[in-house]
Design a protein around this ligand. Structure first.
Ligand code: ACO
Length: 405
C-alpha cells in the first residue's frame, strides 16, 4: 500500500523517519494483553480463553471480570463483583431530568453518548485517574449504569416512563425489565432470551483496537476522566461502518425484500465501485468467517424457537450462501461479520433498529474500560498525537479583501 517515508534525519530541524499509514492499517497503537485475534484463522480469545468456550460456559459478568482484572473470577470474586455492579445501577435523579431534555425523537445512541459524557459532571472524583481505587469505582459505575441509561434512552424515544433498576435481577434480566415493563407488574424475561442476550453481550465485550476502542484510548490518553473517553467510544460506535452496521443490515435486507431480488442486489454491489456495500460483510481484521458470527447463528435458532422466525432470516441465509460462492467476495475475503445476524435476533426480541448500536455499546463498555485501565497503567503511554503528511499550500502572503477576485 501507499507509504511515504522521509529520509532519516537530514538536518537538526528535521524530526527524522515518518510512516504514512492512514487509518492505522499496519501500525500498532499500543501493547495489549487483553484480546487476541488471528483474522486469517478466525480466532478470537479474551485473556487467552477462546470465545467459543466463554460463549458456551461463562456469563457476561464473569467475562467482564476476566477482561478487566485479567483472570476468571473465583466464585467469591464473582459474587463480590456482581454485588458491586448490581448496587451501582441507579443514576442520579438529575440524569433523568437531563434526559428529559432530549427531543422526543432523539436517537437512543445519541442520548447514550451525551448522557455518559454528562456523568463526568456527576462524578468529579473521576478526574483522579492515577488513583487505582478511583478508577475501579468509575469502571464499576460505567458497567452498572450503562444498561440503565440505555433503557432510559429507549423509554424516552418511545414516550414511556423510565423504569428504575431492580437489583434482585441479573444484569441482563434487569436491563430487559427496564426496557419492557409496563405499569407496575413485574416483567420476567424468558430464560432463553435472557441467556441469548447475555451471550450476545459476551461476544461483543471486546475486540482489541477497533475504531471505538481506539477512540477511547486516544481521548483517554489526554488523561481525561473515563466517562468523557467512553462517550467518545460511543460516538465512534454510532457510525454505520462500526456499531451501526447491524441496523444497516436490516435496512438492507428490507430493501432487498425477497430472495428472488438477491442476485440483482449483489450485481449492484459489485458494479458500484465500493459505493454500495453488502452490510454485515467484511472486516478489517477477519479475512475468514468471524468466529462471533458462527456462535450468533446458533443463538438465532434458539431465539427464533421462542419468538417465531424473523421473516428476513431466509433472505439473510440465501444472501450469505450466494455471496460466499461469488468470486468478488471470495477474492476480497469478505465473510459475514458479527453484525450480519445479530440484528435479526435483536429484532425478533422486539428491539427497534435504533437500539441495535446501544445493545452493542452496553457490553463493549467492558472492553473500553479494560483497555482504558491498561492504557492508564502503561508507563510507555503518551498522549496520542499522530503526525501528518502536509499536502497544502506553500507559505503565501495575506491578500486584503478588496484585492480578492
Ligand atoms: N461489500 C462489498 N464490498 C466490500 C465490502 C462489503 N461489505 N467490504 C469491503 N468491500 C470491498 C471494498 O470495496 C474493497 O474493494 P476493492 O479492493 O475493489 O476496492 C475491498 O473489499 C477491501 O475493502 P476495504 O474497504 O479496504 O476494507 P476495510 O478493511 O477498510 O473495511 C469494513 C472493513 C469497514 C468492515 C468493510 O468491510 C465494510 O464497510 N463492511 C460493511 C460494514 C460492516 O459490516 N461493518 C461492521 C464491521 S464489524 C464491527 O464493526 C463490529
Amino acid at each position: 500500500r501507499t507509504s511515504a517515508l522521509r529520509q532519516i534525519k537530514v538536518g537538526d530541524d528535521d524530526f527524522g523517519l515518518m510512516g504514512y499509514d492512514p487509518a492505522f492499517l499496519n501500525t500498532a497503537n499500543c501493547k495489549s494483553a487483553i484480546t487476541y485475534i488471528d483474522g486469517d484463522k478466525g480466532i478470537l480469545e479474551y485473556r487467552g480463553y477462546p470465545i467459543e468456550q466463554l460463549a458456551e460456559k461463562s456469563s457476561f459478568l464473569e467475562v467482564a471480570h476476566l477482561l478487566i482484572n485479567g483472570e476468571l473470577p473465583t466464585p467469591k470474586e464473582l459474587e463480590q463483583f456482581t454485588h458491586l455492579v448490581t448496587h451501582h445501577t441507579y443514576v442520579h435523579e438529575n440524569i433523568k431530568a437531563f434526559m428529559d431534555g432530549f427531543r422526543y425523537d432523539a436517537h437512543p445512541m445519541s442520548m447514550l453518548a451525551s448522557t455518559v459524557a454528562a456523568l463526568s459532571s456527576f462524578y468529579p472524583d473521576a478526574k483522579s485517574i492515577k488513583d487505582e481505587q478511583s478508577r475501579s469505582i468509575q469502571i464499576t459505575r460505567l458497567i452498572a449504569k450503562m444498561p440503565t441509561i440505555a433503557a432510559f434512552s429507549f423509554r424516552h424515544s418511545m414516550g414511556l416512563p423510565y423504569i428504575y433498576p431492580d437489583n434482585d435481577l441479573s444484569y441482563v434480566a434487569n436491563f430487559l425489565a427496564m426496557i419492557r415493563r409496563i405499569g407496575t407488574a413485574t416483567y420476567k424475561a424468558h430464560p432463553v432470551l435472557e441467556r441469548a442476550l447475555d451471550l450476545l453481550f459476551i461476544l461483543h465485550a471486546d475486540h482489541e483496537q477497533n475504531c471505538s476502542t481506539t477512540s477511547v484510548r486516544t481521548v483517554g490518553s489526554s488523561e481525561v476522566d473515563p466517562y468523557s473517553a467512553v462517550s467518545a467510544g460511543i460516538g465512534a460506535l454510532y457510525g454505520p461502518l462500526h456499531g451501526g452496521a447491524n441496523e444497516a443490515v436490516l435496512r438492507m435486507l428490507r430493501e432487498i425484500g425477497h430472495v428472488s431480488k438477491i442476485p440483482d442486489f449483489i450485481k449492484a454491489v459489485k458494479g458500484g465501485e465500493g459505493e454500495k456495500k453488502l452490510m454485515g460483510f467484511g472486516h478489517r481484521v477477519y479475512k475468514s468467517y468471524d468466529p462471533r458470527a458462527k456462535v450468533i447463528k446458533r443463538v438465532a435458532d434458539e431465539v427464533f424457537e421462542v419468538t417465531g422466525k424473523n421473516p428476513l432470516l431466509d433472505i439473510a441465509l440465501e444472501l450469505e450462501r450466494i455471496a460466499l460462492q461469488d468470486e468478488y467476495f471470495v477474492k476480497r475475503k469478505l465473510y459475514p461479520n458479527v453484525d450480519f445476524y445479530s440484528g435479526l435476533i435483536y429484532e425478533a426480541m422486539g428491539f427497534p433498529v435504533e437500539m441495535f448500536p446501544v445493545l452493542f455499546a452496553i457490553p463493549r463498555t467492558v472492553g473500553w474500560c479494560a483497555q482504558w485501565e491498561e492504557m492508564v497503567k502503561d508507563p510507555e503511554q503518551k498522549i496520542a498525537r499522530p503526525r501528518q503528511v502536509f499536502v497544502g499550500s506553500k507559505r503565501r502572503d495575506y491578500i486584503p479583501m478588496d484585492k480578492r477576485a
